[in-house]
Design a binder for this molecule. Structure first.
Ligand SMILES: [Cu+2]
Length: 377
């Protein structure tokens, strides 16, 4: 009896919680209201089954409970026994039928909406999202509307997208080496997704849009943003120790703001030529800052002195650090270079040995050190 009452209270509590809970969906900012509808249909169907099955269990617990004053009927041998009914064709047909209808109603709306989600309208623009541990970057096709060819062969610290320098289609590609991207209101847009290392997942909750990014594969979906504003990008696939830091922002702009933003973004040829020529006009510290941002260093190394996955950079040079082998070291240029090129050689105590080696040139290391030394000042 107590169990039956608990089950009934559980149903009432679940229903109340469902309607008054503080975690409602964020306001939608894309055309994918149909994704909300499928979630709603799923909640209704699973809710009906949950309430129905739990109520049935509570009902049988009450109806067939043990009663002291009314002993159960005994069989001929004098033993208390439930009626034995090995099969009941009619009941099985009912259960099979209801379950089939329930499962179809759960699957069909999702399949229909997913089909729309990956059937990109012809007039849609194109944006490529590139994920790597633990940062986002983006590429737009430029004036020719064609993304240049890419290959892992071409990936290096001057060309993190791996764009083929000889492909004419790639020259005007616009590169956004930042976790922040702008897109245009009311313009359908195809998101082409790729990963340079492990599984990631591009997720913008306000757009209800989400897709895995699988190394070696291209995945995609499309959407039309319908509200201007600033929305959060999340990585929704556990991708290593700094997964929680792999966030970004997408800004939905009206066309005027968008064009203004776009006109300030460098093309591949500008950026590639510039990094090859190591444009000193920017100053060595600014070059180091860009390198740190473009290489994803700042996902794990803070510049404000706070503790993160790796040692913070503020006032780092000259510090004495205790290593995991018990020895101590003073952070100098040589130790810094070694820690970038071969991070596992010496691990500072209290930090996990998770950094991957970076292949930076001597000039790049100088720029990075100049930037880090300038942080505390
Ligand atoms: Cu990730």
């Amino acid at each position: 009896m107590a169990l039956a009452i608990i089950l009934i209270l559980l149903i009432i509590g679940s229903l109340i919680f469902n309607f008054v809970n503080p975690w409602q969906a964020t306001p939608i900012a894309s055309n994918w209201g149909s994704i909300d509808d499928t979630i709603f249909i799923t909640a209704i169907i699973t809710g009906i089954f949950f309430v129905g099955i739990t109520l049935f269990v509570a009902y049988t617990l009450i109806k067939y409970r043990h009663k002291e004053d009314k002993p159960e009927e005994e069989n001929e041998a004098g033993v208390h026994q439930a009626a034995y009914e090995p099969d009941n064709k009619k009941l099985e047909w009912w259960l099979t039928g209801i379950t089939t209808v329930g499962i179809c109603a759960l699957l069909a709306p999702g399949l229909i909406v997913y089909n729309d989600f990956v059937h990109v309208p012809k007039q849609a623009g194109l944006i490529e999202v590139v994920a790597k541990q633990w940062m986002w970057s983006f590429r737009l096709p430029g004036e020719d509307n064609i993304l240049g060819k890419t290959s892992v062969k071409h990936i290096n610290s001057d060309n993190s997208f791996g764009i083929d320098p000889d492909d004419p289609n790639g020259q005007d590609d616009i590169l956004i080496m930042s976790n922040e991207i702008h897109i245009q209101l009311d313009q359908p847009l195809k998101f082409l997704l790729r990963s340079l290392d492990v599984l990631h997942n591009f997720y913008v909750p306000h757009f209800r849009a989400k897709m895995d990014m699988v190394p070696g594969q291209l995945s995609y979906f499309w959407l039309t943003p319908i509200e201007t504003g600033e929305y959060e990008i999340l990585c929704a696939e556990y991708c290593g120790v700094a997964h929680y830091n792999m966030g970004g922002r997408v800004f939905v702009d009206n066309s005027q703001d968008y064009q203004q933003w776009l006109s300030n973004q460098p093309t591949f040829s500008q950026q590639y030529q510039k990094s090859l020529a190591t444009d000193l006009a920017d100053g060595i510290e600014e070059q180091g800052r860009q390198l740190a941002e473009n290489s994803g260093c700042i996902a794990c190394h803070s510049i404000d002195g706070s503790k993160s996955l790796g040692p913070g950079w503020k006032n780092m040079f000259g510090k004495t650090e205790k290593l995991t082998d018990g020895s101590t070291i003073t952070v100098d240029n040589a130790y810094f270079d070694e820690s970038v090129l071969n991070p596992s050689a010496k691990i500072v105590e209290g930090y996990p040995p998770v950094m991957a080696p970076y292949q930076f040139s001597g000039e790049q290391l100088e720029a990075l050190k100049a930037y880090i030394k300038s942080i505390g000042q």
